[in-house]
Design a binder for this molecule. Structure first.
Ligand code: ASP
Length: 341
């Protein structure tokens, strides 16, 4: 019998290489562009087409990276950056106005294999806040930076800086005027939410890569007419953004004060981890319970098996997902999922 000798060094390289390329999970990505009063009757066919086209571009961009063996971190960053650059969503270019007619942006990123996180709050001159959140995670010893300090750090990170007026858009300015009128009429209530034209539009992405690693990214301009340096749920790790390989990754959108108080993103993952629930069941439960106490919004979720899901308690949520089974892009509630390959 002839034996073939493989030198030990070659063997260990082979093991290393196969360990590196072994796909532990099917890759997939889910994105959102905000939840709120989004109804078919209030949207023209042209507007619908614009939203769907941008969501499709973003989910495809993330998926292509994953399919080529890229990391979930790079995939969620790619999708969120594209949505930040679109004026359609309340993040980056399309950020809402503060009470003082400026823009203050929040963003967060988290990776599930090591629970590293980076977050920025109230930044006013960084074109893509999600890139700054990533820089905080990768190039600082901190997790969350705010305001002027975050901007000083951005200055050291070769990130594109812009004038605050870069974020100006006419339709968000109109929304501010309506929100101010509503708030003046009902100063102690979240009156903006009673405006039927009010649409939230935070953006987010969660993904799983071929190594089975989860990541979550979320970026927002916050709530229209926010005051006094208000910071929402997005940069609060565990509230609007969370990733942990042992349970799930979540990106949220909605009334941030409730997401903070109910620790929405990490509560969903805790139910998966400690109660053995599926991510979809846990997300549905948490969104129902949130609505019962007055909190509106939605979440997107991915679990370590690659299940992609979403849940929202508002009339609609801009959303899309893609995995080997195909692509789904939806805006309104109660849509029958149609998967296109
Ligand atoms: N959650 C965001 C915030 O409260 C707003 C949104 O999702 O639209 O800042």
């Amino acid at each position: 019998m002839k034996t073939i000798k493989i030198p030990a060094i070659t063997l260990s390289i082979l093991v290393l290489v196969s360990g590196f390329t072994e796909a532990k999970a099917p890759v997939g990505i889910v994105i959102h562009g905000g939840a709120g009063t989004i109804e078919r009757s209030q949207m023209s066919a042209e507007q619908q087409q614009q939203y769907e086209a941008t969501l499709t571009d973003a989910v495809n961009k993330g998926y292509q990276l994953l399919a080529a063996g890229g990391t979930s971190l790079d995939a969620v960053i790619a999708a969120v950056t594209l949505l930040e650059d679109s004026p359609l969503f309340n993040a980056g270019k399309g950020a809402v106005y503060t009470w003082d007619e400026t823009h203050e942006l929040d963003a967060a990123i988290m990776t599930g294999q090591d629970r590293k996180a980076g977050a920025v709050a109230s930044v006013s001159n960084v074109k893509n806040p999600i890139l700054l959140a990533r820089a905080v995670m990768e190039h600082s010893e901190h997790v969350m930076l705010t305001g002027k300090g975050a901007e000083q750090f951005a200055d050291t990170q070769q990130l594109e800086l812009v004038e605050n007026s870069y974020f100006n858009t006419e339709f968000r300015y109109e929304a501010l005027k309506r929100a101010k009128q509503a708030k003046q009429a009902l100063p102690h209530q979240a009156a903006v939410l009673t405006d039927p034209n009010w649409k939230m539009g935070t953006v987010g992405a969660v993904a799983i890569d071929s190594q089975g690693n989860l990541a979550a990214a979320t970026s927002t301009g916050g709530m229209t007419a926010k005051r006094w340096g208000r910071i929402g749920d997005v940069p609060v790790i565990g509230a609007g953004n969370f990733a942990d390989n042992s349970s799930c990754a979540v990106s949220g959108t909605g009334h941030g004060e409730y997401f903070i108080r109910y620790n929405v993103a990490s509560d969903i993952c805790a139910r998966v981890k400690y109660q053995g629930k599926t991510a979809a069941t846990a997300a549905g439960e948490v969104m129902r319970e949130l609505l019962a106490v007055g909190g509106t919004g939605g979440v997107i979720v991915v679990d370590p098996k690659g299940e992609l899901s979403w849940a929202f308690n508002t009339p609609g949520m801009y959303r899309a997902k893609r995995n080997a089974a195909g692509t789904v892009v939806e805006i309104f509630g109660n849509q029958n999922e149609k998967t296109s390959n």
